[in-house]
Write a protein that binds this ligand. Structure first.
Ligand code: NAD
Length: 497
């Protein structure tokens, strides 16, 4: 017997372990211990999961949305009851500090509750007709079987953002989580199981993106794909989905700027920067990865920053005193260290700059919070690193700050610190991205507001907020003619009597 749980696939309401199935394990990035073992699903398993979702769809579609909402409320309650346990699993499997591990679950709870309420809205429109005795409206209908493919950095929240929104709209789901946070995903699925989601309505297949993801996207019964992850994977998902004209929703990377103007409240900006750049070890799609700093406060602000970064506590993420935990995996560590090497050749290293060693650090993937001073245009100033690495760029004016902020391929989040209300409002207008914070860091999404970005950050739709249902519904336009005669739109136009 293994000393860790061996988990199956969740198909048609049952946990199944296909005989002889290949397996993979997840490991704690702090110390390498094994968290659990999971099935490497095959295309045959994916077919079984899609078959279950496809069969369950008519009944779920016919279930009144408020009744679907009741189930989601029970899911939320399960997540509340298990918040501490699941938060610890998030920290152990992904490496974010325990306060953020709990926060990941809290965001899940908030969103599932919010979506439960959507079961009593799912608004359509009523629109006047140009003809007499005719009534026009729109209703929302589910798309069908939806594939939800998720990354590891918010291992419970992002799956819930997709699954709860898809389900409340009446879709059935096949969920494919990131492999290195599979246990977190399983906890999410168990909450839906405990909440009473009917068999087949939610299915979960673990395994390699190239095998499971491709099989899912290629299945003609899957009508929509909701994907969050990196740009290159997103591009391939988009291309594959396009072959069958599927609706593909992409939430991808970011290179998020924080502008600090010469009139900013510098201590406030400093607090925001530390949280934005080094929270979750920089592994948030909205992490502050560029500080665009006005030349008049450049030296003063960086001096303050040096002192505070030196005091950040790196270590065991389960210890509540820890500020920054390990990065999530060996792959992450390798990629971030490569970028640090690139940075050393093209920019000036100011703080940090490598892997930490000795004691607990030798067992895990610990990278020192790192700050480079760089010109705009270097690789580290334009490419997503997804780690605790900040590029600082000096600018002489607001106009140059905005030009630099916008001159990247991404457009997710942004922030500006200024006391000038006119400059703040200009920034809202000028920054090319999906989210702008004024006097707050680039991170801090709230579930009742839309989330997403422009340019290479995605395909332009938004998750969360009241618009979350757009991704998972088709609009049906309905005309009801009670005139008892044939009326012709655009032709019977002058009928004013
Ligand atoms: P990733 O692209 O490597 O993987 C994401 C998911 O796609 C995983 O489940 C993976 O197994 C799967 N996958 C891999 N290859 C696939 C394929 N060929 N077909 C289908 N699925 C495939 O991303 P990651 O490393 O897990 O996450 C980090 C990235 O996610 C970063 O770029 C980050 O900015 C982005 N992200 C974006 C948002 C957002 O909302 N915009 C939120 C969180 C993370």
């Amino acid at each position: 017997m293994a000393a860790y749980p061996e988990i199956g696939l969740f198909i048609d309401g049952k946990w199944v372990s296909p005989p002889g199935a290949a397996r993979f394990t997840t490991r704690n990035p702090t110390n390498g211990s094994i968290i659990g073992s999971f099935v490497s699903a095959t295309p045959k398993d994916v077919d079984a999961a899609v078959t279950a979702a496809f069969s369950a769809f008519p009944h779920w579609k016919a279930t009144p949305p408020p009744a679907r909402g009741e189930i989601l409320l029970r899911v939320a309650q399960t997540l509340k009851d298990r918040k501490e346990q699941i938060g610890r699993i998030v920290t152990q499997e992904m490496g974010k500090v325990i306060a953020e591990g709990r926060g990941d679950v809290q965001e899940s709870i908030d969103f599932v509750e919010y979506m439960a309420g959507e079961g009593r809205r799912l608004f359509g429109e009523t629109v006047p007709s140009e003809l007499r005795s005719k009534f026009c409206l729109t209703v929302r209908q589910p798309k069908g079987v939806v594939a939800c493919i998720t990354p590891w950095n918010f291992p419970t929240a992002i799956p819930n953002w997709k699954i709860a929104a898809a389900l409340i709209c009446g879709n059935t789901v096949v969920f494919k989580p990131a492999s290195n946070t599979a246990m977190c995903a399983i906890e999410v699925v168990k909450a839906y199981e405990a909440g009473g989601v009917p068999a087949g309505v939610l299915n979960c297949v673990t395994g390699a993106g190239s095998t499971v993801g491709n099989a899912l996207i290629d299945d003609r019964r899957v009508r929509a794909v909701s994907f969050t992850g990196g740009v290159e994977t997103g591009r391939s998902v988009y291309e594959r989905g396009a072959r069958d004209l599927k609706a593909v929703h992409l939430e991808l990377g970011g290179k998020n700027p924080m502008i600090v103007m010469d009139d900013a409240n510098l201590p406030l900006a400093l607090e925001g920067l530390l949280f934005g750049a080094f929270g979750t070890a920089g592994q948030r799609c909205t992490a502050t990865s560029r500080l665009i700093l006005h030349e008049k406060v450049y030296d003063e602000f960086l001096g303050m920053l040096d002192q505070r970064v030196a005091r950040l506590r790196l270590g065991d993420p389960l210890d509540p005193r820890t500020d920054v935990g390990p990065v999530a995996s060996a792959d992450q560590e390798r990629k971030i260290l490569e970028y640090i090497s690139v940075g050393r050749t093209e920019a000036k290293l100011r703080v940090g700059g490598g892997k930490l060693t000795g004691g607990i650090y030798d067992q895990g993937f610990f990278i020192a919070p790192t700050i480079f001073e760089t010109a705009h245009g270097t690789r580290i100033s334009k490419e997503e690193i997804f780690g605790p690495v900040l590029s600082v760029i000096k600018v002489p004016s607001y106009e140059e700050a905005v030009r630099v902020a916008n001159d990247v391929d991404y457009g997710l989040s942004s922030a500006i610190y200024t006391r000038d209300v006119n400059v703040a409002f200009r920034a809202v207008q000028d920054l090319e991205c999906g989210i702008t914070y004024i006097n707050a860091p680039t991170i801090g999404a709230e579930v009742q507001l839309p989330f997403g970005g422009v340019k290479n950050t995605g395909t332009g739709g938004r998750e969360a907020g009241s618009v979350a249902v757009e991704e998972f519904t088709e609009i049906k336009t309905v005309f009801i003619d009670f005139s008892n005669r044939l009326q012709k739109a655009q032709i019977d136009v002058a009928d004013s009597g």
